[in-house]
Each structure stands twice: as structure tokens, then as C-alpha cells.
Write a protein that binds this ligand. Structure first.
Ligand SMILES: *Cc1c(COP(=O)(O)O)cnc(C)c1O
Length: 369
């Protein structure tokens, strides 16, 4: 089965092998050295001063960022399941919430954010996705963060980059916390999350103290700066992550991003060429989200007959959306295979005659740009 869901993504064989070695104790010089290396390489990819690793899925890092930094009132952008999740976390901890809601295909407007921040000057935290995975949507996060800081230099900007870090270069100049998880662009099994932390956010944390116990980011930061973790580290995943980061380094970060971009662009062009409609108005690089009334039939045939697993839609888009992953190391022949069988399926469903068009367009775009 070819796993092409936008998380979890397929784990490369050499990484799986690396993680199958015998278990290492987490309080040893050997593991500390791996941990140190991993954090250094991560700082590079995040383009931030500090990185904190947590043993949790991505949502744990979302929660930790909110609980350690929000003081009273947060502004969230809800253009899908993950934006909605920030709102739920904020409410669960009793903070005040101002939520800007958008249809799942619509990116947040910088003007709306500015207007809200000017009107509600006691908002101390802004939470937004870089890519909202529910609809494969890219928000203009960099610009939003910049404008928000212009209005309130003290505001904390929490950006969920789980389907953006390791996909494309993100300008982190105005971002305080940038969240990522192991099971998307980092091609690992789920269970590890990472937070890039700005210099300002480190100062805030040191000045105001961390909050909570397990997810106390000050406790973690202090420990991680000494190359260990506060609690038992997710050793196997960190060993895997270190190996993934080595692999990305050997390819070169720029080349790795460029490869993802070409694959994403070529796939989107091929999908359009065979009549599919790209769902979001500002498509993310990490995935292709297609709106189609027959999305469920397409996915079923894809899985049962052609052994390809892609994701569907959630909530009001259930049965009407399918999403193909472009994150990680995917061979061009795997990426084009999916598009080819999608074209075969369209023929099977009586929508459009098979002409080998998807593969032609994919190859043309992928190898010519
Ligand atoms: C996958 C994902 C998450 C994390 O979800 P978990 O299931 O907790 O790992 C958060 N935000 C976005 C945008 C995601 O794509």
C-alpha cells in the first residue's frame, strides 16, 4: 500500500532500520550527544533560536504553546479543523477567545486581523496555522505576524507549522513559537512534537516562568539546553529524527524544499489537466486538496484496486474532498503513479476518457521547471 496521506507520511526504509536498533537509555552520554545534534539541526530548519522537543503528537505542542504563553485573551483563525482546535484549547484552559472564522478554502485576511487587534487591544496571543491541513490552505502567516507585531510588539505569535516546517522556508522574523510534529514532513511515526522558539519568547519564558507540569516549557528548555529532557525522552523517535535530518542535510535543505515544490506544482497541474478542481484559494505546498462530489468513490477505488491511501475531507467536506500528500521524500514515480491511476478511475467512473494526460503533464512540469 502506498501511503500518501498528508500525515502520517511514509517512513523511509533506512530510517525504519535506524529505529529498529536496540533501545538506548535516555540518561547516557550517547543519547545526550544524539539529542544535542538533533536540536542543532532542528534550529537550522526552523530558523529560530531555540527548539523544544516534546513527547506528544502535534496537539500537545499546540496546548503547551497556549498554556505557557497566553495570559488572558487569544485571537485564533479558524479556517478548518486545526484552527478550530486552537480555539478549543484556549477555551479548555479558561482563556478568553476571539475567533475569526473563514470558509475552509479561504485564507485569513491581514486586514481582518489588524482590525480585530486594534479593536481588542487586550489580546495577548495570536494563534494561526501556517498551512491549515483541513483544506490544504496556506495562510499569509508571515505578513499577519508582521502586522500584528506592529500593532502590539508584545503579542505572542503561535504558528502551527505542522504541515509547513520541512516543506518550505518560513520567514520566522515575527513568529514566536513555530510548531511541528514528527509524522508529517519529518517522515517519522507519530509521537514527537517540536516547537521552534524565538529569542523574545525565550526571554518571556525566563521572565514570566513556565506553566503547568509535564508541558512546562521553561522546565523543558532548561533541561534541553543541557542536552537532556525533563522526562523520559522519546528516544527511538529522536534517533529517527536525527537520521532524517542527516538525510535532508545530505540532499541540501534548498534542494529538499525545491523538490517538494516541484512535486506539489506538477501534481496540481496534472490534477487540473484531468478536470479536477483545486479546493483552496491559496493552495499549500504540502498537499493537493481536491473538491469533488465523487471523492469517496475515488478514494475507495484508489485504495482497493490500486493500493494507494490518500486522505478524505472532514465535517462538512466529508465525502467531497480528497487530499494527496507531497511532504517528505516521495519518488517522482510514486507521485505520478497516483495521478495516473486517478485518471484511470475517472474513466472507470465514466467521467472522462483515459488519455495518459495526468502523467504527461506531471512529467512535463516536474522535469522542466
Ligand atoms: C496533523 C496536524 C496537527 C497535529 O495533530 P496531531 O494529531 O495532534 O499530531 C496540527 N495541526 C495541523 C495543521 C496538522 O496538520
Amino acid at each position: 500500500m502506498l501511503l500518501l496521506t498528508p500525515g502520517p507520511t511514509a517512513v523511509p526504509e533506512d530510517i525504519r532500520m535506524k529505529m529498529s536498533e536496540s533501545t538506548m537509555h535516555h540518561r547516557t552520554p550517547e543519547f545526550s550527544e544524539i539529542f544535542r545534534q538533533t536540536r542543532e539541526k532542528l534550529k537550522d530548519i526552523f530558523g529560530m533560536d531555540e527548539v523544544i522537543l516534546l513527547s506528544s503528537s502535534g496537539t500537545g505542542a499546540m496546548e503547551a504553546s497556549v498554556t505557557n504563553f497566553c495570559k488572558k485573551k487569544a485571537l485564533t483563525v479558524n479556517a478548518g479543523k486545526f484552527g478550530e482546535r486552537f480555539g478549543k484549547i484556549i477555551k479548555a484552559f479558561g482563556f478568553e477567545l476571539v475567533e475569526l472564522k473563514y470558509e475552509w478554502d479561504t485564507p485569513a485576511s491581514v486586514e481582518d486581523i489588524k482590525e480585530t487587534l486594534l479593536k481588542e487591544s487586550d489580546i495577548d496571543t495570536l494563534c494561526i496555522q501556517v498551512c491549515e491541513s483541513a483544506g490544504g490552505l496556506r495562510h499569509p502567516v508571515e505578513e499577519i505576524a508582521k502586522e500584528a507585531k506592529r500593532i502590539n510588539p508584545d503579542i505572542t505569535i503561535i504558528a502551527d507549522g505542522i504541515t509547513a516546517v520541512g516543506v518550505e522556508k518560513i520567514d520566522t522574523t515575527y513568529i514566536d513559537l513555530l510548531i511541528s510534529g514528527s509524522q508529517k514532513a519529518f517522515m517519522l511515526p507519530p509521537g514527537l512534537s517540536m516547537i521552534g522558539v524565538s529569542k523574545d519568547a525565550v526571554s518571556k519564558l525566563e521572565k514570566d516562568g513556565g506553566k503547568g507540569y509535564y508541558f512546562n516549557l521553561l522546565t523543558e528548555l532548561k533541561k534541553q539546553r543541557t542536552n537532556t529532557t525533563a522526562w523520559t525522552a522519546a528516544t527511538t523517535l529522536i534517533i529517527g529524527l536525527n537520521a532524517v535530518l542527516d538525510e535532508i542535510r545530505s540532499i541540501g535543505l534548498e534542494n529538499f524544499y525545491n523538490e517538494t515544490k516541484r512535486r506539489s506544482l506538477a501534481s496540481k497541474e496534472a490534477l487540473k489537466a484531468i478536470g479536477f478542481k483545486i479546493y483552496p484559494k491559496s493552495p499549500a505546498t504540502s498537499m493537493s486538496a481536491i473538491y469533488d462530489e465523487k471523492a469517496e468513490d475515488v478514494r475507495k477505488i484508489l485504495k482497493s484496486k490500486y493500493e494507494v491511501n490518500i486522505a478524505g475531507g472532514q465535517d462538512h467536506l466529508k465525502g467531497k474532498l480528497f487530499r494527496i500528500n507531497h511532504m517528505g521524500l516521495i519518488k517522482p514515480y510514486e507521485a505520478s503513479w497516483v495521478l495516473n491511476v486517478l485518471e484511470l478511475i475517472l474513466d472507470e467512473l465514466g467521467v472522462r476518457e483515459y488519455k495518459g494526460e495526468a502523467n504527461r503533464v506531471f512529467n512535463e512540469v516536474y522535469y522542466k521547471i
